[in-house]
Design a protein around this ligand. Structure first.
Ligand SMILES: [Zn+2]
Length: 355
């Protein structure tokens, strides 16, 4: 079973890209007894070292990003409403009437759309004409409560639905952070681990680049959540074989990326992951959807090139207030990464082995 207390704390923490301090504190407290060489770099990545048994001479970077998508205050109307913009990918269609938290102290706000009486058509209201209402009625009051640049998150609490389904905000990628924390608490592993809790992934994979360059690992594993496309489409039957390939589904275990917009997985490492899954009888699935990218997109191009793998948990409704992830998918992802760390060798990582 996942550490639900840890996931709840991580999920509810305020951590829109560039403002990851609260998440970093939770991570730091959770790992400090289990690692050495804790370092916070110039951009805000938290990195740490976990020494292996020495059986394998391999330095494995494992990365998960601390930041979440959200919003930023960009201005103030004369009537006290806040103008805002998105930080990372947000779908305008989910915004009207949404509850939000403004600033690290969590001032409650609600998104309204103006002018409400003119919205008789069916068009999606663009973010630029939406406002956040924090309950004040003058520009000066709004300015003093939420300065330009203040970050805004979804107002969403962690919850369990039954005993196998977690819901909450920012599962992308706080559940990845939680997986990494649980890995660091475990072990020892035959390999050395350099852990990177990265920043600013959602706005262009920025922290990972700096972390990878400094840590200079032999190989990297990125822990992520990815979109489960197993929901009914508007005019298609999800059980119909002719429905376009959904990418991945809930309940079928960790997802290995074959290719996305940021990286093509090295075939020999992909084969290794599949072999680990089969040998240890851990369910797993492949993702070939081209959309999206991950920290691996930067890591694999760092220094002289760092072979990288992406292992994701299939979650519904990411980049929205209530993402949904199954505990069995989380547990199987943890088992898969643990098994991979036990089995990986320098020979497996080397391209020469494929000749
Ligand atoms: Zn992510």
């Amino acid at each position: 079973m996942p550490d639900l207390e840890l996931i709840k704390n991580l999920s509810e923490a305020f951590g829109v890209s560039g403002e990851e301090t609260a998440v970093r504190k939770i991570v730091l407290n959770a790992i400090k007894e289990h690692v050495t060489d804790i370092h916070i770099d110039s951009i805000g990545n938290l990195t740490a070292f976990k020494k292996g048994t020495g059986e394998q001479k391999l330095r494995v970077m494992i990365a998960a990003h601390m930041d979440e998508i959200g919003f930023m205050v960009t201005g103030h109307d004369s009537n006290g409403l806040l103008k805002f913009t998105n930080v990372g990918g947000v779908d305008d269609r989910i915004l009207p009437a949404l509850r939000v938290r403004v600033g690290p102290d969590g001032m409650p706000g609600v998104i309204l759309w103006t002018p409400i009486h003119k919205n008789h058509d069916q068009n999606v209201t663009k973010l630029s004409s939406l406002r956040i209402d924090i309950g004040v009625s003058s520009k000066s009051a709004a300015e003093s409560k939420a300065k330009r640049g203040t970050r805004v998150t979804f107002d969403s609490e962690f919850s369990m639905v039954g005993d196998n389904v977690m819901r909450g905000k920012a599962f992308d990628d706080r559940t990845g952070c939680s997986l990494l924390i649980e890995l660091l608490r475990g072990g020892p592993y035959p390999v050395d681990i350099v852990a990177a809790f990265t920043v600013q992934e959602e706005i262009g994979l920025r922290g990972a680049r700096i972390a990878a360059q400094r840590l200079n690992p032999d190989v990297a594993i990125v822990l992520e959540t990815t979109t489960a496309h197993d929901i009914p489409l508007a005019d298609a039957d999800p059980d119909d074989a002719n429905t376009p390939n959904p990418g991945c589904k809930q309940g079928l275990g960790p997802v290995f990326t074959v290719m996305d917009r940021s990286m093509i997985a090295p075939p020999h490492l992909l084969a290794f992951l599949r072999q680990v899954g089969e040998q240890h009888e851990i369910p797993h699935q492949l993702k070939t959807a081209l959309g999206g990218g991950t920290d691996a997109g930067r890591i694999h191009l760092s220094n002289a090139g760092i072979p990288s793998m992406v292992i994701s948990m299939p979650a519904r409704y990411i980049h929205a207030p209530r993402a949904q992830l199954r505990c069995d998918d989380y547990d199987n992802s943890l088992r898969l990464v643990q098994a991979a760390l036990m089995d990986i060798t320098p020979q497996i990582v080397s391209r020469e082995a494929t000749l």
